[in-house]
Each structure stands twice: as structure tokens, then as C-alpha cells.
Design a protein around this ligand. Structure first.
Ligand SMILES: [Zn+2]
Length: 197
């Protein structure tokens, strides 16, 4: 029989992360596009991020037919978090600026590029990047590229930049607990052998 899971955070009930998930408001609206292959991953950080943010939505799929409508949210400027050569580094809002609808592809950069290829309205968005950021604490999953962050870390970094002095660090609490739990489960020794560079 499968272990009972929490219907909200989808962790086993014995390891429910909900008490650690904050309830944060943001000017920026987040739209996270998740490839179906990421849904069942034990470290589904996009889901944790959306649970902790009021102004955020998670969509799962490869081709998003209603994307043009999703991107045309009144009162927002849509842009895509995608660090290629065209991307402009995010900085804090000027007082008179409209807030961003920040579209974040979840998964590897390879999957993100595929999403762009399959969804022309996504590829047409102006692109933004996080600039130089601190290394990931997401030690369990090999970062495909130098400086790659987990989705939840990328979101916290972006919101911290845009909405300073408000901070979004609390969003990482369930993520940190999840990582600690994974490390404990695999054994510290194995972890150090496999993951420390
Ligand atoms: Zn839960």
C-alpha cells in the first residue's frame, strides 16, 4: 500500500512540510511552467514555491494553448526568466513601474529550451536573468550549468532583487527541510562521497 501523502505539499504525511510553508504576498506575479516529467520528482521545488506565494500559479504541460491569455494579465508586464545573451539583468522596481509577470520555466535548461520551441508566445517574451548569484544550496541534483539554481532558489533571488527591501527567504524554509531530510535519508557519508566536489 502506498504511504499516505499530504494532499497539499504531496510529501508523506510523516514528513509534511506545510507547517514550514509561508504565506507571502508579492507585487510580482509568478507563472511557473513545469514540464510533466518534473511533477513526480521528490524535490518538486516549483510546487513548494507556489504554495508559499499568493500571487503565483503553476501550470504543467509541454504546449500551453492558453498561454497568450495567461501572459496578457492586465496591470503586468510579462517577461521570461531565461539567462541567454539577450537577457537583461533584473533590478529593483522603479516607483512608477508596472509589476512584472515573471514566467519561470521549471526543469533543466534543455527542457526550458524545448518549452520555448513549442510555445512561440513564450519565445517572443523579453528575457531577464538573475545576473551573478550565489551558488545553489540545492546540492542533490546535479546543476546542468554553472550557476544553475533550483526553481525555488531562482524565484527567491528574483523576488529579493525586484522587491527589496522586502525579503522572500522564508520561502526556502520547506526547501531546506526537504534537502536536510534527503541528506539524512541517504546517509551523510554517501552524500559527502557523491556530492561534494
Ligand atoms: Zn503538507
Amino acid at each position: 500500500m502506498p504511504r499516505p501523502t499530504c494532499s497539499r505539499c504531496q510529501r508523506p504525511l510523516s514528513h509534511c512540510l506545510c507547517p514550514l510553508i509561508p504565506d507571502l504576498d508579492s507585487r510580482t506575479r509568478l507563472l511557473i511552467l513545469q514540464h510533466p516529467s518534473e511533477v513526480g520528482h521528490a524535490l518538486n521545488t516549483a510546487r513548494l514555491a507556489v504554495l508559499g506565494l499568493r500571487n503565483a500559479e503553476l501550470r504543467v504541460g509541454e504546449v500551453f494553448d492558453d498561454l497568450p491569455q495567461l501572459l496578457a494579465q492586465p496591470g503586468y508586464r510579462a517577461c521570461l526568466l531565461f539567462p541567454d545573451d539577450e537577457a537583461v539583468a533584473l533590478s529593483a522596481y522603479a516607483p512608477d513601474e508596472k509589476p512584472l509577470l515573471l514566467v519561470v520555466p521549471d526543469g533543466t535548461w534543455r527542457k526550458a529550451r524545448k518549452l520555448l520551441h513549442l510555445n512561440p508566445s513564450l519565445a517572443a517574451l523579453p528575457r531577464v536573468s538573475l545576473g551573478a548569484v550565489a551558488p545553489s544550496r540545492y546540492r542533490l541534483r546535479k546543476a546542468p550549468e554553472e550557476g544553475a539554481l533550483s526553481t525555488i532558489e531562482a524565484i527567491v533571488t528574483a523576488l529579493d532583487m525586484l522587491e527589496a527591501p522586502q525579503g522572500f527567504e522564508a520561502l526556502l524554509r520547506p526547501f531546506d527541510a526537504l534537502i536536510e531530510g534527503q541528506i539524512a535519508a541517504m546517509g551523510e557519508e554517501v552524500f559527502i562521497r557523491n556530492h561534494r566536489r
